[in-house]
Design a protein around this ligand. Structure first.
Ligand SMILES: [Mn+2]
Length: 281
């Protein structure tokens, strides 16, 4: 009997099978700084200015983005050049995954109605602002190839211990960073976990007196940095050792508030820049 010919799985099927669950570890940077930044959303020119403002040194420093590199801002396709820079890295965000899905034009598979509905939503969401049709198709498909490689979680080693990076939320299934990493590495991180990591919001990002900080402490990391969910007033927000630093850079041109937050991982509580935008563009 002939052995079955293996066909490459459709992207939506790969999501359901946990195919986008990747984890990457980075050893400590002994020569320079490791900087984390919230969602870039096509504002790479302004990001360059923010890096100038902190005297970022491309020879020794590394920049880690929290996903959502594209859409909303004017330079989405520049993500391709940035992802080729040896000092720039990112986790996977929902906008990245949405473009991957749309590019493959694969239809969600209805194994589970909940999973199927968010996959469908992710595929159909109108988020390209027309930039896709205005860019070189070859470059766009190269960008998709780069986006497919992005890990859903990154562990960075710092001088005081490990730091976790994830676009949206640490799923409530996981009470530690290492349990999340083991699930990914062990192939046990499924579609709904990916959804939580790239799209979920667990609580309001503002101080609430009755809320117990201890509940949110993740015991085996120094800090976790989250993007995706913008805290109230577009200011960086921390609870326990978790830091929400997507301060809405894409909002600045429309609303006059928001900007980039950049944090040195060695000082997670005190951003180098908070909700920053250049005075003169
Ligand atoms: Mn997002």
């Amino acid at each position: 009997m002939n052995s079955p010919i293996e066909k490459p799985a459709a992207v939506s099927e790969q999501i359901l099978l946990g195919g986008f669950a990747k984890h990457r570890t980075f050893e400590i940077n002994n020569s320079g700084r490791d900087i984390v930044v919230g969602d870039i959303h096509g504002h790479f020119r302004m990001l360059s200015k923010a890096l100038e403002a902190i005297s970022f040194n491309t020879e020794i420093d590394r920049l880690f983005a929290l996903g959502d590199l594209v859409d909303r801002g004017p330079e989405s396709i520049a993500a391709l050049d940035w992802l080729k820079k040896p000092w720039f890295y990112s986790v996977l965000g929902n906008h990245c995954l949405s473009h991957i899905l749309q590019h493959e034009n694969s239809r969600p598979i209805g194994y589970d109605p909940i999973q199927a509905s968010w996959l469908k939503q992710l595929q159909e969401i109108e988020n390209d602002d027309g930039w896709v049709s205005n860019c070189d198709p070859m470059k766009y498909s190269q960008l998709i190839g780069e986006l497919k490689k992005l890990p859903v979680a990154i562990t960075l080693q710092s001088k005081r211990g490990p730091i976790g990076l994830v676009h949206a939320e640490l799923s409530f299934h996981y009470d530690s960073w290492s349990s999340l990493v083991s699930a990914i590495d062990g192939g046990d991180f499924k579609a709904l976990d990916i959804w939580r990591a790239i799209w979920a919001q667990h609580f309001e990002l503002r101080p609430i007196e009755t809320r117990s900080e201890a509940k949110y402490w993740v015991p085996d990391v120094i800090a976790i940095f989250h993007g995706h969910n913008i805290p109230w007033y577009q200011k960086p927000f921390s609870i326990a050792n978790r830091h929400y630093i997507d301060t809405g850079a894409f909002l600045r041109p429309y609303r006059g508030e928001g900007g980039f937050t950049l944090v040195d991982i060695e000082c997670p509580d005190t951003p180098l820049l908070a909700s920053w935008w250049p005075d003169h563009e």
